[in-house]
Write a protein that binds this ligand. Sequence first.
Ligand code: PEP
Ligand code: MG
Length: 573
Amino acid sequence: MEILEGKSVFGGFAHGHVLCLRHDRPAVADDRCADDGEAVVEAGRFHRACDEVVDTLHALMTKGGSDEEVAILEAQSLMVRDPEFTRLVEDLILKEHHNAAHAVECAAHRFIATLSSIDSPVTRENISDIQDIASRIISVLTKEDFIMALPDEASIIIADTVLPSELLAWDSRQVAALCLDGGGQASHVSILARALGIPCVIGLGDASHRAHSGQWAALDAFEGRLYLDPDDGIVSKVGSLMEEHRAEKKEMEEDAVLPAITLDGVRVELECNIEGLDFVDMALRNGAEGVGLFRTEFLLMRDHVYSEDEQVAVYLAAARAFRGRGPVTIRTYDMGGDKVVKDLTRKEENPVLGWRAVRFCMDRKDIFRTQLRAVLRASAQEKVRLMFPMVSGCDELDDVLLFFESVKEGCRKEGIAFDEHMEVGTMIEVPSAAVISDILARKVDFFSVGTNDLTQYTIAVDRGNEKTAGLYKEYHPAMLRLLDMTARNAASAGIGLAMCGEMAGDPLALPLVLGLGYRTLSMNPASLLEARHLIRHINMADCQALAKKALDMQSCRDMERLLEGFHAEIGNN
Ligand code: PEP
Ligand code: MG
């Protein structure tokens, strides 16, 4: 048994078969050869692919590098020619008519399965070498990138990384848990994993190299612990923790109909963040009182760019689902950063500081106009609100609002009905916007604070980078001042105030957020149950006292102690 430690992104338990995904390794379809003749051609392709891989490895060797690197490349080029491996692949092609790429994949799995039974560091290295050479041969044979199709049985996915678009393309029921080598707490994959309720651990180092598909694993995602080839004791421990967790969740689900009211009678609105209609069911089940953030850019990451009519249909469907509960806040496209949209965004040196969100939209007014028209048309029939992301200052907000006015004018001229009083807000997720929130508050109906980006930009820590994950603190004293300032400015201007970053659903930070004056919290649907439970067990007066103390804290360490102390006390009461 091997134990790997990482950071918990979303708690839960799982045990089952591993599906290993590495982005340097393409997945392969099992299309069979039609007859013996085709199989012979496939075998020829396999041999030529091996030649090409050996040539590449030799070219890499002559490029130089450390003795160690050269030795690895040399060993790998010998492995490509390994007679046993070659014979197995040939048999799979010639006798069983597998296509060449799939035969390589199967042969690699068989070799790895045999080696896995021997527990030694050398064997582990051999396994990752086999994975590497198989990937190289398969890439030559397939010449394409594509999203891995998951097996029907729910698997524990262990991957170097996963793209948000990949996670969206999978059926979440097939993902028992997600374990990533890297990743950040506030990266969009982490956010999606939470939103989908998938137990998830990040920062597991070289887990995707150590593990292999088909292996058995167990996961305690609360503790961030992954067990490869777990012994019986661990499997039964994880199994019973899983049962306990299921029972607790069921109990909290029964409370989903109860309002979020603190012990001293203060009502808190609990809304949800959604990335598409597939997230609505869970949000409703968990008692969401509206949508505080609809991340519409995820519509762009699906199969095509949604037309105006298609967008109207999606926005109306979401709004109808929440009719009688609360409005749906449609955030205009926030692509860029780690939200790559094929054919629209481009590679940039500094993507998070680059062509994102309203910056993109104001350059691509054709796309922006279509979205704004769709929101306006939806507003004629259901309660929706509009929100702009990544606004950094007055000029940007003025330009965006002016463009929005021109789109409205266009609709009026065309006789298109819309709600003239639809609320329009801006996110506060760039420090400059928080600092001048007194000015911005005069221009919009509400603020929604995006703590994911606000943290990243305030303390200069990439939200998705595992190397700096330990520095990413939403409750940094500088953040607290910005949150406090924004809340005060919203209150003075008499506009709405919400928080929709992950901090809103973080049980440790939640009492502090309430104490700072935030009464509308929007979070991923999976966090709603615990948030409601917590709110119903605390006093607002205590939260306010906590916030007062927190604003005097100098360091993150002190802050952490303060918040943990508060949390422990709730647990004791
Ligand atoms: C945020 O930045 O906090 C936010 C809610 O937006 P996103 O996570 O989509 O960037
Ligand atoms: Mg953001």
